[in-house]
Write a protein that binds this ligand. Structure first.
Ligand code: SAH
Length: 462
């Protein structure tokens, strides 16, 4: 270990930064975040530092650096871009045993700035000991994605209970057991999903020890799995998938996404094809309730977004009715995913000021849609579940007044390695599709914006 990681208390301490450029400004910003009072020594200041100076938030000495300048400061940073001045700052600070950092010169430093993940009061600091700051920053970025944004709020809340827990439990072992029980239960997730009051009540009940605190109760997470590409999951979706006891999924959830579910979790396929339902909706609803009652953390994974043509509302209605806790995690809906990956902006100043999502799911007596509302000018039409009824859809749109030459595209298995885009017109699309052996799922986009596909397409799987 070349450096000992420590956390410096700088609140209201006097700190010196030598240098007035952008690099110096970044260090000034960090020190100020920690509550330090900054003096900058530099002949001139960059605009950012000028602004802080104008607001009286930093002190400025528009002078050349002299060794005696470091004397009254708690820490010193050299960020001048002039190797001679930086070395002089380092020597002056070392001579007086004041911690000093010289930007990009680990050999001249007595301390270095780590990359930080800030979930105050929780802080994660990453350092490569000066060997590769870029590597440290990359690691930091990975940690950012793993540590929920609500971590700070969680830590703060737990901190408020610390003294009481200390009084309640005599031994360190008992205290640790208590905190482990709290953190393995539902408390963290309640805080992360914005239900801090409930989390606090739960800790209160657990502390007072009367009755069921609800700590180990089951919960259902209705999670949007996106259109296929696992990179399109949200951080929250991934986190919940990785702590699930059971996952219920259907055909639209890609195998790559399913792979990211905690390995030990039980997987239940609940099917749903257009014409064949492996399980009826009521059965799915009942399973969700039963599993949660058993104290399980249940992830109900749904393709795209759970609230867009996903019957997500129905699945949680039963849970809400029976008082089972749940949360809904949005996903990227097929319209957004397919449009982006096909290079078809859904709105565009020149071509479309509105966009409509409809389902083209045909019934026995044909497709029943509000045709008048669909054929407005300057509007993009996105049709889910439109493959079987494609011919009828295109015919009806033309019959109701849309030009046969209107651009239309069918996107097959959008955002996956099998993505294919068949771009044509309302008139020619059905035939083109009939001849291309298309596989579900597919999404239909109709409107002038489809023209942009030719120039904006960027995702081209092999
Ligand atoms: N809740 C989902 C939609 C479910 S309805 C969402 O928000 O995306 C199922 C329909 O979604 C399919 O028939 C198809 O039209 C569309 N769809 C879902 N994933 C798709 C994909 N990867 N490519 C093309 N269409 C897709």
């Amino acid at each position: 270990m070349d450096f000992l990681p420590v956390f410096l208390q700088l609140r209201d301490r006097e700190c010196l930064v030598v240098g007035g450029g952008e690099v110096a400004a970044r260090k000034v910003g960090l020190i100020r975040r920690a509550g330090g009072r900054v003096t900058v020594i530099a002949p001139t200041l960059c605009p950012g530092l000028e602004e802080w100076k104008a607001r009286g938030e930093i002190a400025h000495r528009p002078l050349e650096f002299r060794p005696a300048d470091v004397e009254t400061f708690t820490v010193v940073v050299a960020a001048t871009g002039d190797a001679g001045v930086n070395a002089a700052v380092s020597a002056a600070a070392h001579a007086r045993h004041i911690p000093v950092n010289v930007v990009d010169a680990p050999g001249l430093c007595s301390f270095i700035f780590p990359s930080i993940v800030d979930r105050s009061p929780v802080l994660v600091a990453v350092s490569s000991g000066g060997a590769s700051p870029v590597l440290a920053r990359q690691l930091r970025a990975r940690l950012e994605t793993m540590i929920p944004a609500g971590y700070g709020r969680l830590a703060e809340m737990l901190g408020r209970f610390r003294a009481r827990v200390g009084r309640r439990f005599g031994s360190a072992l008992e205290r640790r057991r208590f905190w482990e029980r709290i953190l393995q239960g539902s408390v963290s997730e309640l805080v992360f999903s914005g239900r801090e009051r409930e989390a606090e009540d739960m800790i209160e009940r657990e502390l007072s020890g009367d009755g069921d605190s609800g700590l180990t109760r089951g919960e259902v997470y209705l999670v949007g799995a996106g259109p296929g590409d696992p990179d399109l999951l949200t951080f929250r979706a991934l986190r919940l998938m990785q702590q699930a006891d059971v996952v219920l999924y259907d055909r639209l959830v890609s195998p790559q996404v399913l792979d990211l579910v905690r390995r030990e979790a039980e997987r239940i396929y609940v099917g749903k094809r257009r014409d064949y339902h492996a399980l009826r909706q009521e059965e799915i609803n009942r399973i969700l309730v039963d599993l949660a009652r058993q104290g399980k953390k249940v992830v109900r994974l749904k393709g795209g977004d759970p609230f867009v043509f996903g019957r997500g509302g129905e699945e949680i209605a039963d849970l809400a009715g029976q008082g089972i806790p749940f949360q809904v995690v949005p996903g990227i809906t097929a319209a957004n995913g397919c449009a982006a990956y096909a290079g078809i902006p859904l709105t565009h100043r020149d071509y479309a000021q509105s966009v409509v999502f409809v389902t083209g799911h045909s019934r026995d007596d044909g497709v029943d849609l509000d045709w008048g509302g669909l054929i407005r000018p300057q509007q993009t039409l996105v049709i889910y579940m439109g493959l079987t009824g494609l011919e009828t859809l295109c015919r009806e749109l033309i019959a109701h007044g849309m030009s046969p030459a209107t651009p239309a595209a069918l996107i097959e298995q959008g955002t996956t390695p099998n993505q294919r885009v068949i771009a044509a017109t309302l008139e020619t699309l059905p035939e083109r599709v009939a001849n291309s052996g298309v596989h579900a799922p597919t999404l239909l986009i109709v409107g002038e914006v489809v023209r942009l596909h030719r120039t904006l397409a960027w995702f081209r799987p092999a």
